[in-house]
Write a protein that binds this ligand. Structure first.
Ligand code: SF4
Length: 385
């Protein structure tokens, strides 16, 4: 049986993927793989020509592609292979991912369409957190997923979001035109899927922006200098905007100014008294004077101006990633590993990978510790931003 993306899932039989040079897991012979490689190379030339298309549910059998898949691929092919080809993932997602999902959902409840704001995001977070915890416990047993990190996330989220509303108030500078909208866009060799966080009009100058909410441990300037090249924002700016126009949610001739990154630092707020001085919140000593020790910014909004050229660049890069995936799937390119201090320590597949590396029963381990998932199902795309 073919999965939604047109490629095989775990139960359906082996996909011709090889792990290391000249080593095949199953499927094609070496000659067949080479022939397939040539075919793949011919058939999947990097091609950014695209159909003006549905934006809804495409009927084509092309493979799906999403941004987190691309970043997983670029971080480590073996992690991509397990997660997106074998379609397994840990039974309970890592706390940082679960936290980001809840922050997005809470902000979606706040930024409803229009100028008036919706449910307070701190209250929404609490509601969603409780529901998520109850669901996890029901599925995987009492206290599953309720580790110390996740318990403190239940306090951190509402505190952060209360602080956010203190900072931006009703935020009525922005009119929300669209909030949390899933999209799909058909390219010649793949269908890109994602969820845009929204479309906001700045009422002060009528400029239109695509917001991208990001919760991060640190939001110092030095860590933000990748934003012009950010694949996630690039996907919103290209495939996402085209789909919104196709669906009539934006006018065809609507000009957008760029991306508006909305950073929230994952930190409990300073409990000292504060006041606004020269438009900025400052924290006070007990005697009411301004403290010399001020916290790093809790929030930051960073506008990044985008245009047609970087839209095309983004789409070309996505096409290259799709081509690389097609080659891995066909067996024309072996699946490698990218061990390292920046890839492995946070990798959810670390234990399985070590067992694989040392010749132990990694398949058995995977069966006991992971669950099947559909990476392209709409709710998973929502959760994986
Ligand atoms: S542990 Fe490292 S090498 Fe292994 S799959 Fe994860 S990132 Fe790749």
């Amino acid at each position: 049986m073919l999965g939604r993306g047109g490629h095989r899932n775990r139960e359906s039989g082996a996909t011709p993927v090889s792990f290391l040079p000249n080593r095949r897991v199953t499927g094609l012979s070496r000659q067949a793989a080479e022939a397939k490689h040539r075919q793949v190379r011919r058939g999947t030339r990097v091609n950014t020509r695209h159909e003006p298309t549905t934006g809804g549910s495409p009927s084509t059998n092309l493979p799906m592609l999403r941004t987190s898949e691309r970043s997983t691929l670029k971080s480590c092919e073996w992690k991509w292979y397990l997660t997106y080809e074998r379609r397994v993932k840990p039974q309970v997602d890592m706390p940082a991912l679960r936290f980001g999902t809840l922050i997005h959902a809470a902000l979606a409840a706040w930024y409803v369409k229009g100028v008036k704001r919706g449910e307070h995001p701190a209250i929404a977070f609490e509601r969603l957190y409780e529901a998520e915890l109850a669901e996890t416990q029901q599925l995987y047993g009492a206290r599953a997923g309720e580790d110390d990190k996740w318990v403190s996330a239940g306090e951190l989220g509402p505190a952060m979001l209360s602080n956010y509303v203190d900072q931006y108030g009703k935020d009525d500078r922005y009119e929300v035109l669209v909030t949390e909208h899933p999209f799909q866009w058909v390219m010649p060799n793949f269908i890109y899927t994602g969820v845009v966080d929204g479309v906001w009009r700045d009422r002060s100058d009528k400029s239109v922006w695509i917001p991208d909410h990001k919760s991060a441990a640190s939001i110092s300037d030095s860590k933000l200098n990748y934003l012009q090249l950010d694949d996630q924002a690039g996907a919103y700016w290209s495939f996402g905007v085209m789909a919104l126009k196709k669906q009539g949610l934006l006018k065809q001739d609507q000009k957008l100014r760029g991306m508006l990154y909305n950073f929230l630092r994952k930190q409990m707020p300073d409990e000292r008294q504060s006041k606004i001085l020269n438009g900025k919140r400052v924290y006070l000593n007990l005697d009411g004077s301004v403290s010399k020790k001020q916290p790093s910014p809790y929030f930051m909004r960073v506008p990044i101006y985008r245009d047609e050229h970087d839209k095309e660049m983004t789409m070309a890069r996505a096409a290259m990633d799709a081509e690389r995936i097609a080659e891995l799937r066909s067996g024309a390119r072996p699946v490698g590993k990218t061990p390292g201090q920046f890839t492995c320590p946070m990798c959810p597949m670390l234990d399985a990978c070590e067992l694989h590396e040392t010749g132990n029963d990694w398949e058995g381990f995977l069966q006991q510790t992971t669950k099947q998932w559909d990476p392209y199902a709409e709710h998973e795309v929502y959760d994986g931003r």
